[in-house]
Design a protein around this ligand. Structure first.
Ligand SMILES: Nc1nc2c(c(=O)[nH]1)N[C@H]1C(S)=C(S)[C@@H](COP(=O)(O)OP(=O)(O)OC[C@H]3O[C@@H](n4cnc5c(=O)[nH]c(N)nc54)[C@H](O)[C@@H]3O)O[C@H]1N2
Ligand SMILES: Nc1nc2c(c(=O)[nH]1)N[C@H]1C(S)=C(S)[C@@H](COP(=O)(O)OP(=O)(O)OC[C@H]3O[C@@H](n4cnc5c(=O)[nH]c(N)nc54)[C@H](O)[C@@H]3O)O[C@H]1N2
Ligand code: SF4
Ligand SMILES: [Mo]
Length: 705
């Protein structure tokens, strides 16, 4: 028997925790968090990664579509034929329409250098990702204020005295390292204030829970800013030194009193006042988390911006227990990893989503996927003809899959590179099955932070089926398309050595812990001299953002009260379960056992009015789309809202466990593909209202006469 222990990175969700994997004879027998970084901890999804190896309800070899798109008729082909198919089609498209007619979208993350190099190498600027449906509002809010994106700061939660979370369900929508920090902080006597429209795993651990009316976070944040200014509970010195247009903020929040905020969000003014008095004492070690999944309300960008502003008022920048600039190799006197994309000439065409030329205030790194649908429909600024999706399922990620299909039908080629059948994959022309994260090597990644590091994913076992790693798929495609020179490697070892070359480290430096730490203790900048660290045009933290102003967008937007649902209707809100990662774990044998379907949370008073009891079937209807789901009747959700876990309602028949289990929130959001925040670029996914009624599917109740 051959036993191995391999340092690697989890791939069951976007977080990519460092792990240690044990194997016996090419079988995974044990997975745990890397002891040096996570003290061995792993979440349920990470542990369930072990079930991937016996799960055959996923594509096990390349598949080319036979029938119409979405008909589910596939032919198994060799890799040779599959890669030729993609390359030949791309060549024809490039010849007819130019390379810019090809777009590539992915899930983002630490390995995108490979994908950027590929699409840019072809000559297309159209690289994009999922983030319009996730954290773009937070990212753009951060950019507008600091000139640094969402990942420009890390939060030193462990040493903070007070963590404030607006809908950031940190213990369920989790990253292991953060959960460990929160629990340590609470153990050390720190406080946690949690704001949500419903009670959650985080809320029950919190010191204080504010159940707000849905869509009123911005009001609460404005009220808090007003009170912080009134009590002079802010860091005057820091603001004078680093912040521009503070007077405009004072003027703007003048009308947003606590009494006003209380009326909007339904929290008593005295309770908010108590909270402000607390943070006034706890600052600067107070962290207002600016949110993560903030593609929610039409003012979520401004809500996130207000939370970022509160951090500035707390003066928590570059202090222990506050938000700390994310340091990179350069801050430790080390050269960065060599980048594949940096070797590729920049494509000259303008982006089809308009980002960078029509929309100057958005980050043109990944642009905004939903805007590509507009380009597909109009053929402006030029026609799009091919979409390659890697580790990304736009039909689950973005609303209204039907509208997406109508736009995609204008394209000649849809390629899905996935470990599973995604809803998009099922509709596409070819599925290239990637080996699971336990069966493949990935690029070496940089993790920025107070103690930056290089970290790597090594395969724990050899692929069990006819699948390939992304590195290999891209390399083989690139060779066929005449851009092989941008991928100067054949083996993983060659690629890693090429990446590491400027850094002075070698592969064996990763043997002891699975990563290379670039600093022994946290690297901190001199807080008295942060000049040049804020990357806004003025070099200041800009309350009034020059970039937003130039794009014709307000920096401080007057509050508008969210619409109330009409009689019989509810606002549809959603979130994550600790047991699933979006859609691709729903069919995982172990996680399916733990949580086979989703339910609709509904307030008890509302349920009583509808004659609905726990477990009854409900019809949820929106603009002609109906789904049937079981009721979860609870006191712990605001009466205006109903809630479900995202990711369910799968329609791929080959996934027998997930097939039609629960319902999909995104399918109810008809017409929401174009409802995008013009300042933040996030979709407004919580602006959808649904009608709820008892379903005729319920068994007849016995009536005693
Ligand atoms: N209505 C609604 N919409 C939402 C959300 C919501 O809650 N409600 N949540 C939003 C959020 S926060 C996000 S981040 C997005 C997520 O949406 P997506 O970006 O689409 O991400 P995932 O669902 O995580 O995974 C996408 C695909 O990656 C595949 N995959 C998983 N592991 C691998 C791998 O190792 N290799 C390859 N090649 N493929 C892999 C999965 O099988 C899946 O098909 O959706 C957003 N959209
Ligand atoms: N287990 C697990 N963990 C994950 C993921 C996963 O799929 N599974 N995905 C990862 C990803 S990609 C992301 S983006 C993050 C997302 O992490 P979070 O940003 O924490 O997001 P969610 O779980 O989508 O939603 C959090 C809460 O927002 C609440 N909410 C809805 N409307 C309002 C409102 O008006 N005000 C307030 N205050 N709250 C409201 C919902 O009730 C929900 O409880 O999680 C990450 N971690
Ligand atoms: S949070 Fe869980 S599923 Fe996500 S990467 Fe970490 S261990 Fe894996
Ligand atoms: Mo996300």
């Amino acid at each position: 028997m051959i036993k191995k222990s391999v340092w690697s990175m989890c791939g069951m969700c976007t977080v990519r925790c460092p792990i240690r994997v044990e194997t016996e004879d090419n079988k995974v027998t044990w997975i745990e968090g890397n002891q040096h970084l996570l003290e061995g901890a792993l979440c349920a999804k990470g542990s369930a990664g072990i079930a991937l190896q016996n799960d055959t309800e996923r594509p096990l070899r390349p598949l080319i579509r036979k029938g119409g798109r979405g008909a589910g008729r596939w032919e198994e082909v060799s890799w040779y034929a599959a890669l030729d198919y993609v390359a030949d089609n791309l060549k024809t498209i490039i010849k007819k329409h130019g390379p810019e007619s090809i777009m590539l979208s992915c899930r983002g993350g630490p390995f995108v250098d490979l994908l950027k190099a590929f699409i840019h190498g072809l000559g297309s600027p159209n690289f994009t990702n999922h983030d319009s449906g996730c954290g773009r509002n937070v990212h753009h809010a951060s950019l507008s204020l600091y000139g640094l994106g969402r990942k420009g700061f890390v939060y030193d939660i462990k040493k903070s005295k007070h963590l404030v979370l607006f809908g950031r369900n940190i213990l369920a929508s989790l990253r292991i390292a953060e959960v460990n920090q929160v629990l340590d902080m609470l153990d050390a006597g720190g406080k946690m204030t949690y704001v949500d429209v419903r009670q959650s795993l985080t809320g029950i651990k919190a010191t204080r829970f504010f159940q707000v009316r849905p869509g009123t976070d911005y009001a609460l944040a404005l009220g808090i800013i007003h009170e912080v200014l009134k009590q002079k509970a802010y860091d005057k010195e820091f603001i004078e030194r680093y912040v521009s247009d503070f007077d405009k903020l004072e003027e703007f929040v003048e009308p947003y009193t606590l009494a006003w905020a209380a009326g909007e969000c339904g929290i008593k003014a005295e309770r908010i006042k108590d909270f402000v008095q607390e943070i006034a004492l706890d600052r600067p070690k107070v962290i207002f988390h600016p949110g993560w999944m903030m593609s929610r309300y039409r003012d979520s960008f401004y809500a996130s911006r207000a939370l970022h502003i509160l951090n500035v008022l707390m003066g928590n920048v570059e202090v222990e227990g506050g938000q700390i600039f994310a340091k990179g190799p350069g801050d430790c006197g080390v050269k960065g990893l060599r980048s594949l994309d940096a070797q590729v000439p920049k494509p000259t065409a303008k982006r089809a989503d308009g980002v960078g030329w029509k929309y100057t205030h958005f980050d043109k790194g990944p642009g905004l996927f939903p805007l590509f649908y507009e380009a597909m429909q109009t053929g402006e600024p030029y026609p799009l003809k091919a979409l390659i999706c890697v580790r990304h399922d736009p039909f689950t990620c973005f609303p209204d899959p039907q509208a997406q299909k109508e736009a995609l039908d204008k394209l000649d080629l849809l390629v899905s590179v996935d470990t599973h059948y995604s809803e998009f994959g099922w509709y596409s022309d070819i599925i290239l099955p990637e080996s699971t994260y336990l069966e493949r090597d990935s690029l070496i990644a940089t993790q920025k932070g107070p103690k930056p590091r290089f970290i790597m994913r090594r395969k724990a076992v050899e692929p069990q089926h006819d699948t390939k790693s992304l590195n290999e798929i891209i390399k083989l495609l690139a060779d066929r398309l005449g851009i092989g020179q941008y991928f100067p490697f054949t083996t993983s070892e060659e690629l890693w050595a090429w990446q590491l070359e400027p850094t002075g480290f070698t592969l064996s430096d990763f043997d002891a812990k699975g990563f290379v730490s670039l600093a022994d203790k946290p690297v901190m900048y001199d807080r008295a001299n942060l000049d040049g660290k804020f990357k806004t045009p003025s070099g200041k933290i800009e309350i009034i953002s020059q970039v937003l102003t130039e794009a014709g967008q307000p920096s401080l937007k007057p509050y508008e009260s969210p619409e109330k649902p009409a009689k019989g209707q509810f606002r549809l809100v959603f979130g994550r379960s600790p047991l699933h990662a979006h859609s691709h774990t729903i069919n995982n044998p172990l996680l399916h056992e733990l949580m086979p379907d989703n339910t609709l949370w509904i307030n008890r008073r509302q349920a009583t009015k509808l004659g609905v009891a726990e477990g009854d079937w409900l019809d949820v209807i929106s603009d002609g789309v109906t789904g049937t789901i079981k009721a979860h009747v609870t006191d712990f959700i605001h009466p205006e809202a109903v809630y479900m876990v995202h990711g369910f309602g799968r329609q791929v028949p080959l996934q027998t466990r997930a097939y039609h289990a629960g319902i999909a929130d995104q399918k109810l959001m008809k017409g929401f593909l174009t409802k995008m925040d013009p300042a933040g670029g996030g979709l407004c996914l919580c602006e959808c209202f649904v009608t709820v009624r008892r379903s005729s599917k319920n068994p007849k109740r016995m009536v005693e006469l």
